[in-house]
Design a protein around this ligand. Structure first.
Ligand code: AGP
Length: 607
């Protein structure tokens, strides 16, 4: 969602903030802005709807010397996309940026308007500025004014505030991502909504907990201080040496990050295997091996939820643990039947998805043990869970999640392995590691056949709609395949259990509809009958099925043959790579913005 960057230090602050905002472009946004204190101690604000380039254009030729600056990329929630609603919001002394939603904004705005305060934008964010300005006008000291204003708002938010009188930056959050960083050599302090924006710029990262006020000031011995809301200094933050490289934002020889990330999968599978079977990940598996949950509740959103569906199958099949998988936005509000002795399992790439965080919080409140399967170490989800298994997917820039899904499912398989008590069984260990390595090998082989998938995409990209069908463990793959296509190609696609199509959706089948039929080993004959039903209604059949199956090939318009019989329960991940490439090439032929599809944000930090 919204991206935040703030910088204080002797280097040119505006350039640093613009560089940080550029790195956050991948998260999706619709406007950008910066505010800084110039050499005449004037507060300057520049903001523009549209791409960051639009903002840079209005900054061209201006003297941008500043030693503190805050910046923002907006993903609109309240008020349309225009220059006025863009952040920063400011008065003559204060500028602020916001990520999140102020839930009681309407009530507070009414109260402030009655006091004679004027609003310029339609945003909820400006309410915080109004509260703060009101406090400052009553001579409340700045730090206290922020605390008092923060007390008044409800909902999940992060704010970064620039005080032009002192050039100091303050940041505070509740339920939204925030990270600070320090470069001791160059005496620079930074703050952001995403550690990736700070990569290569700082030596140390600090992740404040909720309700901790961060204060960046040249007057502070170490530039950065943290305060509780009662004004006392605090150490309620997690510190960490940064491990993300700034070069992750390089597309290399690929046209899109999504394609690059699809191609990274074989190496990432190998590195995950090494980490958990012969590296530092072993202790993380030991940590979860002794858990004996009566029941597991999996909660996640989007692609991560589909990974959760596969993990549910692992836990039920191999561990005989009753497992419920629920979309986080539903789970959190349904008063779920959960109790201590059970376990909450949360799957997320970013570790900052608002609904998933809320589901985790609910489980903690009810006394459940919580585990994350997460990519970003140090993220809120990572910090809030009792146990963590990291998926080691590296930075994922493409909004469409690809490599994270593969790594999430594999990490889920490792969780199931750890819970089975087999960690010290050398045979099981070698067998599972070999299965992981075999998957990497097969994906390598598949990626070398990209041209074939591209050619099929060219034949079908103008069709009206797409049904992805599969059974058993291939059903979540059908759901994930359809989601991928929808989000990047902007076409209607649905994932269905193969046997379910005739209970309604088959009414939509005609010669303009494509059925991407995934035929795994489970219920083979039944799945083939389902394909015949579509074929009888003139649907276009693209089958992803076993190698050497000429009968199946004959009844299909297009056939992608895969050698997945020996991959066992990892076969679905192999098939999924076909779906990723198919979605990519259909989107390419359609000419959409593949890495930053319209209306989407990489990390959904609001409900
Ligand atoms: C995936 O392609 C999507 N962009 C989206 O469904 C995503 O998986 C979902 O928002 C969850 O994000 P998370 O993994 O960061 O929690």
């Amino acid at each position: 969602m919204c991206g935040i960057v703030g910088h204080l230090g002797p280097q040119n602050s505006v350039e640093t903030v613009l560089e940080g905002l550029k790195r956050l472009e991948y998260r999706g946004y619709d406007s950008a802005g910066v505010s800084f204190v110039d050499e005449h101690n004037e507060l300057c604000v520049f903001k523009k709807s549209g791409k960051l380039e639009n903002l840079k254009r209005i900054l061209e030729g201006k003297n941008l010397v500043a030693r503190s600056c805050i910046g923002h990329t907006r993903w609109a929630t309240h008020g349309e996309v225009n220059d006025t609603n863009s952040h920063p919001h400011s008065n003559d002394k204060i500028a602020m940026v916001h990520n999140g939603i102020i839930e009681n904004a309407t009530t507070l705005k009414r109260e402030l308007i009655e006091k004679g305060i004027k609003f310029h934008s339609e945003t909820d964010s400006e309410v915080f500025l109004a509260l703060l300005s009101d406090q400052v006008s009553q001579d409340v000291p700045f730090k206290q004014a922020i605390i008092n204003s923060f007390h008044r708002i409800t909902g999940n938010s992060a704010f970064v505030i620039l005080n032009s009188e002192t050039s100091e930056i303050y940041a505070i959050k509740r339920g939204a991502p925030l990270v600070c960083g320090i470069n001791e050599t160059s005496s620079e302090g930074l703050v952001s909504s995403d550690p990736y924006a700070l990569a290569g710029m700082v030596h140390k990262l600090y992740f404040p907990e909720d309700d901790v006020l961060c204060h960046l000031s040249a007057a502070n011995k170490n530039l950065l201080n943290f305060y509780e809301l009662d004004g006392t200094k605090t150490r309620r933050y997690m510190s960490k040496t940064p491990d993300i490289s700034a070069t992750a934002s390089d597309k290399g020889d690929y046209d899109h990050f999504m394609l690059k990330e699809i191609h990274e999968q074989p190496e990432l599978i190998r590195s995950l295997t090494q980490y958990y079977f012969a590296g530092e990940g072993e202790s993380a598996l030991q940590d979860v091996a002794n858990l004996r949950p009566e029941r597991v509740h999996i909660s996640a959103c989007g692609t991560a939820f589909y990974a959760g569906l596969m993990i549910k199958d692992f836990l039920e099949q191999y561990n005989q643990i009753p497992t419920v998988a629920e979309i986080a936005s539903e789970f959190r509000y349904k008063n779920p039947l959960i109790k201590s002795g059970e376990m909450g399992l949360f799957v997320s790439q970013s570790g900052e998805t608002a609904d998933t965080l809320a589901a985790q919080e609910l489980c903690t409140e009810k006394g459940l043990d919580t585990i994350s399967i997460v990519n970003v170490e140090g993220s809120t989800l990572y910090r809030n869970c009792n146990h963590n298994l990291i998926i080691r997917a590296g930075v994922e820039i493409g909004v469409a999640s690809t490599k994270a899904f593969t790594q999430q499912v594999l990490t889920g398989r490792l969780l199931s392995y750890a819970l089975s008590g087999d960690l010290n069984n050398p045979e099981r260990r070698v067998a599972l590691a070999s299965q992981f390595n075999l998957l990497a090998e097969r994906v390598d082989y598949l990626l070398a056949q990209e041209e074939k998938i591209k050619a099929i995409a060219k034949e079908i990209y103008e069709r009206k709609g797409y049904f992805y069908t599969g059974r058993g463990m291939y059903f979540p793959i059908a759901l994930e395949g359809a989601l991928k296509l929808k989000e990047i190609a902007y076409v209607h696609a649905e994932g269905y259990a193969s046997g379910e199509l005739k209970h309604g959706p088959i009414a939509l089948i005609d010669s303009e509809m494509v059925n991407v039929a995934i035929v795994g080993p489970e219920l083979y004959d039944k799945t083939v009958s389902n394909i015949q039903e579509i074929r009888a209604r003139k649907g276009i059949i693209l089958t992803i099925g076993p190698k050497g199956d000429t009968d199946l090939e004959e009844i299909s318009d297009f056939y992608i043959s895969l050698d997945f019989s020996d991959l066992g329960d990892l076969g679905p991940l192999y098939v999924n790579v076909v779906n990723q490439m198919l979605a990519y090439y259909i989107a390419l032929y359609k000419g959409t913005d593949i890495d930053k599809p319209r209306n989407l944000a990489k990390s959904v930090t609001v409900e």
